[in-house]
Design a protein around this ligand. Structure first.
Ligand code: TPP
Ligand code: MG
Length: 547
């Protein structure tokens, strides 16, 4: 006999979830007891929002992540993380405890609620692709299976609410454990889409591939490599698609973010006579505050559901099937006409530190491009950090994450926790601004508690620089913390320092590299308006007309 609680965790474990992030509370204690006894490790965080961010990052790496919270105060605190996961297509399973079914039925006024027992469910229902309140022993297994299947299929969050009195009830397992819907492709639509795409691409002289987030979500990286090999085309990625393949691959030219990109990258993408845009979310930030200049008449835009070529739609067509068709039909183009300048050449630029020289934004990130190693996994927070790191060259596939569409500040520190558990053979490297850090700083505590060894660069530029560049006022000022002293407060093994010059940075880097068993926290002082060239261009693009 298996209980409903056991069944849920067994299913998640089968799907590769080895860690669940959460915060306890009386509605979820029985369920958490079951979790503690399961093969999955419970990682408790300082608050639910952070648990959500950690599980989101875990899901980006592992293909599924889960967060477990109590009712009301827990669930409501989690909402921003769930909405972010929805926006960026992250397969996140949200599990919430709830009161006994009898209390709900009798409408008793309980703590952590407003008296409306549908409030949490109805909020979550809007922020997820499937949501369910488990009802009884006979139905629980199929309710769980269908909800998890929706999560995997849509690569978006789902919500499972478990009344406390059901946790230890017997569960009748479904015969077909996880009902996985195949990605439905209409073969006739697929054939026509491929025919039109091949016609445009074969006659183009300077085509380019622009790859987005869906290569990570649907694990299509190998197909992308094959497509590059067959065609010889250059590749650029969006920020969310960054590190779809190793960025040392010679056809990779850089990250394209409209006018925020390096000049060569924006010119090469925008001057292409055919852009094969695959699996991208066409959001404002992904398009550089809408500074992207992609001619719709030269654009083939395919994602997990459909293909749009010029102004024709073909659907339903799954991205993987479309790429397979292109691999079959496209011929190889000669490198000379394609004008490929590999991004990997950025690593050839020598960096010689000038010890007494005051650190600048440009020199810091130049140095970082040499510091990133094979085992590094970069997490960049919203702010200048995510813009400045678009040109960091990532050596492996799927070793860069940032919330590049939803852009909630404070994501990176809890996300670092998620990455550390999801990819234990990597070393997380975080770039976080002082403003973003003040949102979720306490999660350093959990990083230290679990003896994790990330290197965190706290960029102290005295406030919200990204906002200052767009529009400045007193609201962009922060209380100036002694950031580098904070890890010590959390009472475990860690190492921290602050740096102002290139020489101090060099010393800090070599110590951090040697600290393989603990957190290294480096506070980097930069001037208020010393920001990346990309941010200056973004500021010009999105500035209010009233300023
Ligand atoms: C949760 C949330 N609140 C507010 C914002 C608006 N916002 C965007 S960037 C930013 C400031 C980031 O400052 P900092 O982390 O110091 O980065 P900097 O640009 O200074 O390097 C703010 C407040 C947001 N994106 N997310
Ligand atoms: Mg700042």
């Amino acid at each position: 006999m298996i209980t409903i609680g056991e069944y849920l965790f067994q299913r998640l474990h089968n799907l590769g979830v080895n860690h669940i992030f959460g915060v306890p509370g009386d509605y979820v204690l029985d369920l958490m007891d079951v979790l503690v006894e399961s093969p999955i490790e419970l990682v408790c965080t300082c608050n639910e929002l952070n648990a959500g961010y950690a599980a989101d990052a875990y899901a980006r790496v592992k293909g599924m992540g889960a967060v477990c919270v109590t009712y009301g105060v827990g669930g409501f605190s989690l909402v921003n993380a769930v909405v972010g996961a929805y926006a960026e297509r992250v397969p996140l399973v949200v599990i919430s405890g709830a009161s006994d079914r009898s209390i709900r039925r009798d409408n008793l006024l309980l703590h952590h609620t407003t008296g409306d027992y549908n409030l949490q469910f109805s909020i979550m229902e809007k922020a997820t692709v499937a949501s369910v309140i488990l009802t009884n022993s006979a139905q629980a297994a199929s309710q769980i299976d269908q909800t998890l299947a929706a999560c995997l299929h849509h690569k978006r969050p789902v919500y499972i609410e478990i009344p406390r009195d059901l946790v230890y009830r017997p569960c009748i397992p479904s015969e077909n454990p996880i009902y996985l819907t195949d990605n439905l492709t209409d073969t006739a639509a697929l054939e026509e889409a491929i025919e039109e795409a091949v016609f445009l691409l074969e006659k183009a002289e300077k085509p380019i591939i622009l790859a987005g987030v869906e290569f990570h979500r649907f694990k299509l990286q190998d197909k992308l490599l094959k497509l590059l090999e067959v065609t010889g085309y250059p590749l650029a990625t969006t920020i969310l698609g960054k590190s779809s393949i190793s960025e040392m691959q010679p056809q990779f030219i850089g990250t394209y973010v409209g006018a925020l990109s390096r000049e060569y990258v924006s010119q090469r993408v925008e001057n292409a006579d055919c852009v094969l845009c695959l699996g991208a979310i066409m959001s404002d930030m992904n398009l550089g505050g809408f500074t992207a200049n992609l001619n719709p008449n030269n654009l083939i835009n395919a994602n997990s559901e459909k293909v749009k070529i010029k102004h024709h739609f073909y659907q339903p067509v799954f991205l993987g099937d479309f790429i397979d068709g292109l691999i079959d039909k496209l011929s190889h183009k000669e490198a000379a006409t394609l004008e490929i300048k590999p991004a990997a050449e950025l690593k050839d630029l020598e960096f010689i530190a000038v010890p007494e020289q005051k650190l600048t934004n440009a020199r810091f990130y130049e140095r970082m491009n040499h510091f990133i190693a094979q085992e590094s996994f970069v997490i960049s927070d919203t702010g200048d950090a995510i813009i400045a790191t678009i040109d960091l060259l990532m050596p492996q596939k799927t070793d860069f994450i940032g919330q590049a569409f939803y852009l909630s500040i404070g994501y990176s520190i809890p996300a670092c926790l998620g990455v550390a558990f999801a990819a234990p053979n990597t070393r997380p490297i975080v770039f976080v601004g002082d403003g973003a850090f003040q949102m979720t700083a306490q999660e350093l505590s959990t990083i230290i508690r679990h003896h994790l060894n990330p290197i965190i660069f706290l960029i102290n530029n005295d406030g919200y620089t990204i906002e200052r560049v767009i529009q400045d006022n007193i609201y962009n000022d922060l209380q100036p913390w002694q950031y580098h002293q904070l890890p010590a407060v959390f009472n475990g093994e860690s190492w921290s320092c602050q740096v102002r010059t290139e020489g101090e940075l060099e010393k800090a880097l070599s110590i951090a590299q040697g600290n393989i068993d603990r957190l290294s926290f480096i506070e980097v002082h930069l001037d208020r308006f010393d920001c990346s060239p990309g941010l200056i261009r973004l500021g010009q693009a999105v500035r209010s007309p009233h300023v």
